[in-house]
Design a protein around this ligand. Structure first.
Ligand SMILES: O=P(O)(O)O[C@H]1[C@H](O)[C@@H](O)[C@H](O)[C@H](O)[C@@H]1O
Ligand SMILES: [Mg+2]
Ligand SMILES: [Mg+2]
Length: 281
């Protein structure tokens, strides 16, 4: 088995450096614009940090390929090939960043032959670092991570995110899905504004499950490795295998809770990262 540990070491270094740039910029004046919808925000720091990460990695690994949130928004094709590929969200939780709400992260995933090999997620406001390498466990600041083993959904805390669409039909489905989770009943539902940090809470056992329509491959890639290596499952909302480009996911500590959520959800169509990046088809 190839050893990608050198790439992981470089990913940790650049995630920390990028996270410090984000933390510093969080205190400054921000120039904010929007992308696919008025609530899909982006700042100059998103662009600066993605450029810092990709230029550093490209210099070190010139034969590798890169998928970045802001490069994709600028029209660069979002294509996962068999080549070693870095999958980057420079600021996950940009709306939180704009409001100085602390749930903001840098996420760096890495795949080879379309298989996720490692993930690094750095929580910018407190320096917490989540890492995992396929077959080698998941860690938070060096301490081993384990998912919740809860199988009873009535004892579960469920996390989700809203996504960028706010049209009435989408909101009806989103709220209908949340209503199903609340009336299961579960212990509760939480939305923190950063899918990567929410997914890290599944890996740490702080919550039992996560579901979402509307996130992207760069929100899922790193976190999927961290959850799997913490003993959890990361699947498609259909109950099948995760499709990294499908803009939908269910993740849970136990398959029982994942399967329960799959049965409850009504789908929201956001298109695909590799064919319809704005999901406005
Ligand atoms: O754009 P960033 O990188 O901030 O990612 C967020 C998405 O924008 C949201 O739609 C989505 O719902 C999640 O909140 C995700 O973290
Ligand atoms: Mg982002
Ligand atoms: Mg994101």
């Amino acid at each position: 088995m190839e050893d990608w540990s050198e790439c992981l070491d470089v990913a940790v270094q650049i995630a920390r450096r990028a996270g410090q740039v984000v933390a510093c910029a969080a205190q400054q004046e921000k120039r904010v614009s929007s992308k696919s919808t008025p609530t899909d925000l982006v700042t100059e720091t998103d662009h600066q940090v993605e450029e810092l990460i990709i230029s550093t990695l490209r210099h070190r690994f010139p034969s590798h390929r890169f998928i970045g949130e802001e490069s994709s928004a600028a029209g660069v094709k979002c294509e996962l090939t068999d080549s070693p590929t870095w999958i980057i969200d420079p600021i996950d939780g940009t709306c939180n960043f704009v409001h100085s709400f602390p749930m903001v992260a840098v996420s760096i995933g890495f795949a080879v032959r379309k298989e996720l090999e490692f993930g690094v997620i750095y929580h910018c406001s407190d320096g917490t670092l989540y890492t995992a390498r396929r077959g080698h466990g998941a860690f938070c600041n060096g301490a081993r991570l384990h998912v919740s083993r809860e199988r009873d959904v009535s004892k579960a805390l469920i996390l989700t995110e809203i996504g960028a669409k706010r049209d009435p039909a989408t909101l009806d489905i989103f709220l209908g899905n949340m209503r199903k989770m609340l009336s299961a009943p579960t212990h509760g539902v939480r939305i923190i504004g950063s899918s990567t940090l929410a997914l890290c809470h599944i890996a740490s056992g702080a919550a039992e499950a996560y579901y979402q329509y509307g996130l992207h491959c760069w929100d899922i890639a790193a976190a999927a490795v961290i959850i799997r290596e913490a003993g959890g499952c990361v699947i498609d909302t259909s109950g099948g295998a995760l499709d990294l480009m499908s803009r939908r996911v269910v993740a849970a500590g136990t398959r029982e809770i994942a399967d329960y959520i799959v049965k409850q959800l009504q789908p929201i169509n956001y298109g695909r990262d590799d064919s319809d990046p704005d999901g406005l088809a």
